[in-house]
Design a protein around this ligand. Structure first.
Ligand SMILES: C[S@@+](CC[C@H](N)C(=O)[O-])C[C@H]1O[C@@H](n2cnc3c(N)ncnc32)[C@H](O)[C@@H]1O
Length: 253
């Protein structure tokens, strides 16, 4: 443990790092450099095994979850662990799938660090929407089809789906649902009932950017059929909107 002149232990710094959607090549250089220097790494289920192999052998690895509805380590305990390691002077990395500030609860962890006056730095990652869209050849905006894009969580804390449906009606926008598979039938049916065309195409991208990636193309009207006839595994990202038509032309060969 390092100490300063007053013999107090020197504070460690916490790096909140985005690991991207799975493909290790999608890590930023900065994230890669920080991982190589890590003494302690707290990581989530969505961090790919290939990325974990980049850690130094000496780094302590702490798995903190989480699967849907199974929060292995409660959120406040994760924040407290970060504080404790930093107080011990450790170079600590909090490694999260995608980008820590997009449905990653990164803000909550930083609030705990700020309250304890622990130094921290955020290193952004490629969010699942960007990674999956690139991999599937689906531009999220396009001058002919979509002038805006919304990132939406399809999973609410109490299990219900209570979205601003009125705002989702406009045809000239792309909707990207994170954690949306369980509620997809309800989402599609409600969007149709609110006036969005049943022919609106959608893509369900399974394990995007990984060797197990699968892309399922359907439409609002045909979602039930898709889910009844196909086994789809998490994590999945759902893209809804006319930009999905471009997949046929732009999917990588
Ligand atoms: C808790 S959110 C975390 C999002 C993450 N912070 C990000 O920026 O991508 C987890 C959800 O992200 C989506 N997701 C993450 N990685 C994915 C991948 N490789 N393929 C498809 N969806 C993914 C899924 O919807 C998953 O349920």
């Amino acid at each position: 443990m390092t100490t300063d002149a007053s013999n107090r232990p020197k504070l460690g710094k916490v790096f909140l790092v985005g690991a991207g959607p799975g493909d290790p090549e999608l890590l930023t250089l900065k994230a890669y450099r920080v991982l190589q220097a890590a003494e302690v790494v707290l990581y989530d289920r969505l961090v790919s095994p290939e990325i974990m192999t980049l850690l130094p052998e000496s780094a302590t690895q702490v798995y903190v979850g989480k699967r849907r509805a199974d929060h292995s380590v409660p959120q406040t305990d994760i924040g407290q662990l970060l504080v404790d390691y930093a107080l011990k002077g450790k170079f600590t990395v909090r490694l999260k799938g995608g980008d820590p500030f997009i449905f990653g609860r990164g803000g909550e962890e930083l609030e705990q660090l700020a309250a304890a006056e622990i130094p921290f730095e955020v290193i952004p990652g490629i969010t699942a929407a960007s990674g999956c869209a690139a991999s599937a050849g689906i531009p999220l905006t396009h001058r002919d089809y979509s002038q805006s894009v919304r990132f939406i969580t399809g999973h609410l804390q109490d299990g219900s789906i209570n979205l601003d449906w009125e705002a989702l009606r406009s045809p000239n926008q792309t909707l990207v649902f994170y954690m949306g598979l369980v509620g997809l039938t309800t989402i599609a049916a409600t969007m149709i009932s609110m006036g969005r065309s049943p022919d609106t195409p959608l893509a369900v991208i399974e394990k995007g950017t990984t060797p197990q990636e699968k892309i399922h193309i359907s439409s609002l009207a045909n979602v039930e059929d898709l889910l009844a006839t196909t086994v789809i595994s998490a994590p999945t990202l759902i893209i809804i909107g006319d930009v999905v038509k471009l997949h046929a032309l732009l999917a990588k060969s």
